[in-house]
Design a protein around this ligand. Structure first.
Ligand code: ACO
Ligand code: ZN
Length: 558
């Protein structure tokens, strides 16, 4: 049974894109009306009503029982953001058709109905057992339902679309009453941050698929439970921007910058789901791990093409080809502040090279989840590490850094591009960040929270750096055991004192002996350290760093 309900939006007709505040709209919905979760919409003509007002027509079908009596409720029920709603309202005469949840056309018993927020065991992609999962979204492809699921306790990058056959429906649990799991309301700035040093979930890593020149190269990552990431996301973007394929007008949308260098994002149903299928970046094809607010129209493309030099995004290979013919970049903008062998590092000012910085943030967001990207890039510097060859400078990774950090953060965000991960570049970037801190005569620490992989990399870097110092200590002149303080380690390495202490504790090196603290290293630890250092082929050579810190304080405005 379908019903048509009307939402009066005053002056939609004349409002054009500038729609009046949707909250003030009056919604005429009879009592006891049932509502549904999923929405499909298509523009149709509707007539102005008798009072000359335009209507948005919501055509509803039966589904989950829910009373709706305000725009806020409608948005909640339909899981639309106000922004989307306004966008829809801005398109004159919009007609929304709500479809029942579950498998379309078939009447299902409510207790077996798969709705968003359901919990159900899902067969892992490698067939290696079942794992508790939560259904985040449902879509239909060629008449077949697919369910976007999140494996509980695993990192979001493993989320994927699965068919019903992968679910153990005998253990299906309906969402708990009044708790709408897919939507977490934002509780203010940084509210969803994880406590210092915390990680979101286990550091499981998907067996990422990376294609070089069209051929697949599996990285064969080794952590248990490794799974292939399947992205087939429906692609709702939360921000709509025009893709101007051949012009240079790709200004990222402006979102207000909040406090801190980064702010946790609205963890809503849209940003919880991957929205880009695949990117082509230089010679690589890479499956994204997380949502990134690229323009909505790009989310339905099989491949998003990104110029590896200026980071502009394009919708087809043809557009990329045309772009490359005229792209002026062969390396990131800004100053090359480091060069040794085939490695270069460029410093980019987020104010002077705003567009590049914004594109870099968009790209990085595909692989960074725990922090949102920022469109106000002015307060940041970006350090891009490239490998160069005859073609140009290929982006390997980068980190961003606040020009001024009250908390002594020396890294805001750090990323190694997936094809280069697990080759030691993360530690090269981290080492570079500490070399900058040494020149500044400061100690520094990465901004929290760290991701699972971020924590692994920092732990590994801190351990190796501190052990390297300890192992190089010589006995004093009278042949006594060498002595060093935490402060000295911190000063020598620029690693913040707290991080030195937590690393020593993590390595279980501190012992209390005869009234004093001593550090004891086992033979095994020494050997492990020697092996680990031998595996670090690229080290930062401070002699090749040509950089002077700027006093941003004196400059007034960045
Ligand atoms: N599984 C297990 N261990 C891993 C993995 C993985 N997938 N990736 C890295 N590691 C370990 C490595 O084994 C290594 O430890 P080891 O020397 O003890 O063996 C250590 O982490 C560092 O490895 P690198 O090869 O130097 O680091 P990589 O180039 O892979 O980059 C990084 C690490 C930057 C964290 C990368 O994984 C990444 O870009 N991830 C996505 C974005 C992200 O999470 N960034 C950090 C956010 S925190 C922040 O921004 C402050
Ligand atoms: Zn370009």
């Amino acid at each position: 049974m379908e019903r048509v309900l009307f939402v009066d939006i005053a002056d939609v007709e004349s409002a054009g894109v500038d729609v009046p505040d949707a909250e003030s709209a009056v919604i005429d919905i009879p009592d006891g009306e049932s509502a549904v979760i999923t929405l499909k919409f298509r523009p149709v003509r509707t007539k102005a009503n008798s009072s000359g007002q335009q209507h948005l027509a919501f055509k509803k079908a039966r589904g989950r029982k829910r009373r709706t009596d305000s725009v806020a409720d409608i948005l909640k029920v339909y899981e639309m953001s106000l922004l989307q709603f306004k966008r829809l309202a801005a398109v004159r005469s919009l007609y929304l058709i709500a479809t029942p949840l579950g498998i379309s056309g078939r009447k299902r018993k409510v207790k077996n109905e798969i709705v968003e927020g359901c919990h159900v065991p899902v067969l892992l992609p490698n067939g290696d057992g079942w794992h508790a999962s939560e259904v985040l979204s449902i879509k239909e492809v060629n008449g077949k339902s697919l369910f976007y699921i999140h494996y509980e306790d695993y990192n979001k990058r493993l989320d994927e679309w699965v068919p019903i056959e992968r679910m153990d429906l005998s253990k299906l649990e309906q969402p708990k009453k009044d708790i709408k799991t897919p939507i977490k309301k934002e509780g203010g700035v940084g509210s969803s941050r994880i406590p210092n040093g915390g990680t979101e979930s286990r550091p499981n890593t998907p067996e990422r698929e990376i294609y070089e020149n069209g051929s697949m190269q599996s990285l064969g990552l080794s952590i248990s439970g490794a799974m292939k990431v399947h992205t087939g996301c429906d692609g709702f973007g939360s921000r709509k921007r025009k893709l101007d394929e051949d012009t240079d007008s790709q200004d990222a949308p402006l979102a207000p910058r909040q406090t801190g260098s980064m702010v946790s994002h609205h963890d809503d149903i849209i940003t919880r789901m991957k929205n880009i299928n695949l990117i082509e970046f230089g010679k690589w094809r890479i499956k994204p791990w997380y949502f990134s607010p690229y323009p909505q129209e790009l989310t339905t493309l099989p491949i998003l093409y990104i110029c590896e030099y200026c980071l502009k995004y394009l919708k087809s290979a043809k557009c990329l080809e045309r772009h490359l013919a005229k792209c002026l970049y062969k390396h990131p903008p800004g100053n090359e502040i480091y060069r040794k062998d085939k490695i270069s590092v460029f410093e980019i000012d987020g104010r002077k090279n705003k567009q590049y910085a914004q594109h870099l943030c968009l790209l990085a967001k595909l692989f960074l989840d725990h922090k949102t990207l920022y469109f106000d890039t002015d307060p940041f510097l970006f350090y891009c590490l490239c490998e160069h060859d005859a073609q140009g400078y290929h982006l390997v990774g980068f980190f961003s850094k606040e020009k001024e950090s009250a908390e002594d953060f020396n890294v805001a965000c750090i990323l190694t591009m997936p094809p280069y991960q697990r080759m030691g570049y993360g530690k090269v970037l981290i080492e570079f960040s500490y070399e900058l801190s040494k020149v500044e005569c400061k100690t520094g620490s990465p901004e929290k929270p760290l991701s699972d992989l971020g924590l692994l990399s920092y732990r590994s870097y801190w351990s190796q750096t501190i052990l390297e110092i300890l192992l190089n200590l010589k006995p004093n002149e009278s042949g006594e055991r060498p002595c060093i303080t935490i402060n000295e380690i911190s000063e020598m390495t620029s690693i913040k004192k707290d991080d030195v202490i937590s690393t020593l504790q993590h390595l279980n090196l501190i012992n209390y002996y005869k009234g004093q603290y001593i550090i004891t290293l086992s033979d095994e630890q020494i050997q492990t350290q020697e092996r680990a250092m031998a595996k670090r082929p690229i080290r930062i050579d401070p002699k090749c760093l040509h950089w002077q810190p700027k006093d941003w304080n004196k400059r007034g405005k960045w």
